[in-house]
Design a protein around this ligand. Sequence first.
Ligand SMILES: [Zn+2]
Ligand SMILES: [Zn+2]
Length: 415
Amino acid sequence: MAGRDDLRGEGDGDAQRRRCDGGRGVTSRAVTPRVVDRPASLGKGVSVYPSATAMVWPGEGSMHEAVAVPGVRLSPGDVLVEIELATVCDSDLHTLLGHRPAPTPLVLGHEQVGRVIALGRGGAKTTDGLRVSLGERIVWSAAVPCGRCARCRRGLPQKCLALQKYGHERMRRGWELSGGFATHAHILDGTPMVSVPDGVPASVLAPASCSTATVAAALEAADAITPLDGALVLIAGAGMLGLTAAAMATDAGAHVVVADASPERRSLATAFGAEAVTTAVGVPESGAELTAALARAGGRGAVPTIALELSGDTTAVRALTGFVDVGGVVVLIGSITAGADVPLDPELLSRHLLTVRGVHNYAPRHLEQAVRFLGRAWERYPFAELVGPVFPLAEVDAALAAALGDGRRRVGLRP
Ligand SMILES: [Zn+2]
Ligand SMILES: [Zn+2]
């Protein structure tokens, strides 16, 4: 499938006719057609054949509808990508289940990889400053920051005051291809894009723009408080993020213990670098088992300096603050929907010089770190095995049902 510049675009002729007859109806006067250059603000028309298709979710309780998008208008800096593979993230499922408000109709999906097939006028650049070329394989950030507001200037582009997020916005004219559950994605100017190597499987790369980059942000947040290299790290939760965190922390020189109630997930954690595993933290009877696991990974009497909460279980949040050593840090990433309040002991936080950090989404550098990490480590850890089954795009409802039924793996969608 190829993009083709369509510089005249649809409707030109009608507009020309109306201008010529002044809206008074058809006249017999001969007119000389004039080609008027479209103002740059209208962007560059690109038609796609066969037509691009977006799977549109009309709202809770409704099935997806396939919507044909035969053309897009690329503003300067925009990019049109042909999607190779998208994966279903837990937050797509939260939207689907009504756990968080979503403006419908919308195109879900924000984890995907694809190839550039058209560029807006003037081209576009990846985060490393290099020009994007046609055919380049890329991943892109889940969000588009404005780059100008107070939050962007404070170094928090992921919390931009005018943030637009892929897979989260109401479908609108001019930005129909706004999510990953489509054959193509319309990448808006300002979206951080990162080039990815051809040799890495799409199943490894698709989650980069959500789970891998988020974990990179969490590890950076921890490392800013106490060094990751050589640290004993306790990770609560061995889902996609927990397993990714185990591998990334191990890659950074840490000794990792993973806690999860599921024996199957615990054995996966070992494959992702954990030196020891234990049942869920926060369960009173797990104390001795946890101590033994920490000793296996860090030596007798070892206490973690970094704890990552990725399970979303509020009891784990409190437990972790009691487990980390003096000067340690607890990073909270898993609590992304409203949950119970957690009692915290302020004396403990104060006396133990503890830091509790929240991390949500990520900045462009974390997407770069995610891609670099996956590029060098994907064969060392079984990332490819975390994705499956893969459904054809048209079967998006079946794919989402499968993802809801089995939270252990990322379900894929292939256009
Ligand atoms: Zn901003
Ligand atoms: Zn996500």
